[in-house]
Each structure stands twice: as structure tokens, then as C-alpha cells.
Design a protein around this ligand. Structure first.
Ligand code: SF4
Ligand code: SF4
Length: 212
């Protein structure tokens, strides 16, 4: 009668319905802090956030970022700082999406979107230039022909993904620690770190303060 239990397994599976996705027409939701392809962000007034400091290139373990800074033209500054990112390239044949460049950036200029559905057939396309990485005049990622963006996926381009708590402590949950972005304004804080964890951290801080 073993064959009967075999049929029972089949019947159970039929009732469960399909579990496959209709990719590429639909995508599964991604985690809030998913690391995809980068964008270079701009302030709400349109100025570029990158100041050409090269910290992202210095910290990158795959050495796939190439930045050249230049002095801002006094009459038509590109960024609010003294300098701006004159050349900016990321080689996606090497990038491991570790996000260290995002963490290192002092101005939240470089962030990662959730897009990972992109492929290329030549090296030129794989090396994203500043023109391809810089968000457009609406603050959206510039969609490349070899990328698969669906619906409003290009809303998720922001630094808010990197951390609600700049120090990693849950006590900072809900506090905004980042600047506004072109097309989006100041992003709302991410929810998710537990209240209990925040209380623990607060108590730890208080104990530390008393001891000093
Ligand atoms: S995500 Fe990591 S590997 Fe990719 S460019 Fe940034 S630092 Fe380099
Ligand atoms: S993206 Fe950020 S870390 Fe990299 S050069 Fe620009 S300002 Fe500096």
C-alpha cells in the first residue's frame, strides 16, 4: 500500500498551489536593507552630494570604485563643498555589494538601491559611469537598458536603508540623522529595532555614565 501514501503526497502538493514566481514579470519583495546597484544622490535643491573625498574608493575591499575630485567652479558649483566628484566609476565585475562605501561616505552621496536584476555582455556596460550613477532631475535612478526595474522600485535609492541608528544603538530609533534628497525630501526613519533593546542600551549608557 506504499503507492497509496505516494499518491497522498501528490494530492497534498496539488492543493497547495504554485510557489513559483512569474519572474521577470513579478519579483519577490526584498529586505529593507538589501544591497543592489548604487546611485549617486543629490540634495533637494539639485546639488550633488558627492564632494570627491575618495573615502568610498579607499574603503572598498574589491577596489572597484574610481573617483577623481575637482574644485567646484565658483560661479556654478556642483556640490555645496569646496570640491565635487568630477569622475566617478564603479566596476560591477568586481563589486561584492558589501555596502562599505555607503557606510564610509560622509555625505550619504553613494547609496545602494535594491536592484540586482541587471546583466551586461561587455565590460563597458559593467563599468558604471557618473552619468549612469547620478540620480536624474526627479531624484530617480537612471534606468539602463540592461537593467530590469519594475513599478516603483526606483523609490528605494536612499541612505535611510543603511541604518536608523547611526551608532548601531537602538536608542536612536526614530531619530532622523540624514539630509533630504532630491524628489523625496527627508526620508522617514526605519522601524524595526526593538523597544526592549533600546531600554537595555539606555540602561547600559546610564551605568557607564555613573561609573565614570
Ligand atoms: S559595495 Fe563594497 S565592493 Fe561594492 S563598491 Fe561599495 S565598497 Fe566596493
Ligand atoms: S561618494 Fe561619498 S565617500 Fe565617495 S567620494 Fe563622494 S563624498 Fe566621498
Amino acid at each position: 500500500m506504499g503507492w497509496l501514501s505516494g499518491f497522498a503526497v501528490t494530492l497534498r502538493q496539488i492543493r497547495r498551489g504554485k510557489v513559483t514566481e512569474r519572474f521577470p514579470f513579478e519579483k519577490r519583495p526584498k529586505p529593507a536593507r538589501f544591497h543592489g546597484r548604487h546611485v549617486l544622490n543629490r540634495y533637494e535643491d539639485g546639488m550633488e552630494k558627492c564632494i570627491g573625498c575618495e573615502l568610498c574608493a579607499g574603503v572598498c575591499p574589491a577596489q572597484c570604485i574610481y573617483v577623481r575630485g575637482a574644485d567646484n567652479p565658483p560661479d556654478a558649483p556642483v556640490s555645496p563643498g569646496e570640491r565635487y566628484g568630477f569622475v566617478y566609476e564603479i566596476n560591477y565585475l568586481r563589486c561584492i555589494h558589501c555596502d562599505l562605501c555607503v557606510e564610509a561616505c560622509p555625505t550619504e552621496a553613494i547609496t545602494e538601491t535594491k536592484l540586482f536584476e541587471f546583466s551586461f555582455s561587455n565590460r563597458e556596460d559593467a563599468i558604471y559611469t557618473k552619468e549612469e550613477l547620478l540620480v536624474d532631475d526627479d531624484g530617480r535612478a537612471r534606468r539602463q537598458p540592461w537593467e530590469l526595474w519594475l513599478g516603483g522600485e526606483d523609490d528605494d535609492t536612499s541612505a535611510w536603508m543603511r541604518a536608523t541608528a547611526p551608532s548601531g544603538q537602538a536608542v536612536y530609533e526614530g531619530r532622523v540623522g540624514w539630509s533630504g534628497e532630491l524628489g523625496f525630501g527627508v526620508r522617514a526613519p526605519e522601524i524595526g529595532q526593538s523597544v526592549e533593546e533600546a531600554k537595555d542600551e539606555e540602561a547600559k549608557d546610564e551605568r557607564g555614565g555613573q561609573g565614570s
